[in-house]
Design a protein around this ligand. Structure first.
Ligand SMILES: Nc1ncnc2c1ncn2[C@@H]1O[C@H](COP(=O)(O)OP(=O)(O)OP(=O)(O)O)[C@@H](O)[C@H]1O
Ligand SMILES: [Mg+2]
Length: 253
C-alpha cells in the first residue's frame, strides 16, 4: 500500500484498555504483513513501549525542551538539531518503530518547536502503512495538530452507562476538531457474556473485545501484552478489528 499511511488514534477514558488495544493492533498489522507500522505513544505517562516490549530512551517532549534550551553543537542550526534528535528519539524494532511524545507542553511558547516536530512527523509518515497512536482522553496532541488528524478515531470503552457518557464526550471533542462521524468508531473492551448493552448511542461498535485472563496474566507477570498468543480471545478480536481497518484503509478516497 504505497502513499499516505492510514492513521488510527486510540482514545478513551483512563484504564479502559487503550494501550492494550494499541499494542495488539500493532502486532496484528505486523502479522498481516502490513509493515512497517509506526506506534506513537501520545500519553504523557508513556507505557506503550512496555506493551510492545521495547525501550524508550527519550521522548519528543524532553528532546524539544533540550533542543530549545541548550547550546546547539557547532555547525548545526536549531532546525537541523531537532531533526537529528528526532531520529534519535525514534525506536526502531522488528516491523515497527515507536516514538513517545512525552509531555504535551512545557512552560513558555513552543510553537516553533511544535511546527518542527509536526514537520518531522510528516516526513516520517511517508514510510508507514499504518500509524497507531495510543492517545489520551483529552486528545491534546490531536487538538494541537502535532500528530495531524487521524483517519480513524477509536474510542475504547466499557459498555456501561459511564462509558457511554465518555464516548459521547470524546465524540463531541472529535467532531469539534473536524472529524467526520464515520471516522469515529467505538470499541467495547473487557466485554463479559451477559453484559446488556452493545449500543453505542450512534450505531454498533466496530469491535467487541472480550475480558481475557491472558491479558491480565501478562500484566501480572510484566510480560509485554502484545506477546499474548494470537489465539487468545482478546488478541483474536483485535486481529479481526485490524482486518476491518485494513478494508477501511483500502477503500478510503
Ligand atoms: N480485554 C481485557 N481483558 C482483561 N484485562 C484487560 C483487557 N483489556 C485491558 N485489560 C487490563 O486493564 C488494565 C488497563 O488496560 P490498559 O493499560 O490497556 O488501559 P489504558 O486505557 O491504556 O490505561 P491508561 O489510561 O492508564 O493509559 C490493564 O491491567 C490491562 O491488563
Ligand atoms: Mg495506556
Amino acid at each position: 500500500m504505497p502513499g499516505k499511511p492510514f492513521v488510527i488514534a486510540v482514545s478513551g477514558k483512563g484504564g479502559t484498555g487503550k494501550t492494550t488495544v494499541s499494542s495488539l493492533l500493532v502486532r496484528s498489522f505486523l502479522s498481516m504483513g502490513e509493515t512497517p507500522v509506526l506506534a506513537v505513544d501520545a500519553d504523557p505517562n508513556a507505557n506503550l513501549h512496555e506493551a510492545l516490549g521495547v525501550e524508550v530512551r527519550e521522548t519528543m517532549g524532553s528532546m524539544r525542551e533540550e533542543a530549545f534550551t541548550r547550546t546547539i553543537p557547532p555547525g548545526m542550526n536549531r532546525h537541523g538539531y531537532v531533526r537529528y534528535r528526532f531520529r534519535q528519539a525514534l525506536v526502531e524494532s522488528e516491523g515497527f518503530d515507536l516514538v513517545a511524545m512525552g509531555r504535551p507542553e512545557g512552560s513558555g511558547c513552543y510553537c516553533f518547536a511544535n511546527d518542527l516536530l509536526s514537520e518531522c512527523m510528516g516526513e516520517l509518515e511517508r514510510d508507514y502503512h499504518f500509524i497507531v497512536i495510543d492517545s489520551e482522553a483529552g486528545m491534546e496532541h490531536i487538538a494541537r495538530g502535532t500528530i495531524g488528524r487521524p483517519d480513524l478515531l477509536l474510542i475504547v470503552s466499557d459498555p456501561g452507562a459511564r462509558g457511554l457518557r465518555t464516548i459521547a464526550r470524546i465524540r463531541e471533542i472529535a467532531t469539534q476538531l473536524g472529524l467526520e462521524p464515520g471516522r469515529i468508531q467505538v470499541v467495547f473492551n473487557r466485554f463479559r457474556t451477559g453484559t446488556a448493552s452493545v449500543d453505542t448511542g450512534a450505531g454498533r461498535p466496530i469491535a467487541v473485545i472480550p475480558e481475557d485472563p491472558a491479558i491480565e496474566q501478562a500484566d501480572l507477570t510484566a510480560m509485554p501484552v502484545s506477546l499474548v498468543p494470537a489465539e487468545s480471545p482478546a488478541h483474536a478480536a483485535v486481529r479481526d478489528l485490524a482486518e476491518k481497518i485494513r478494508v477501511l484503509a483500502k477503500n478510503r478516497g
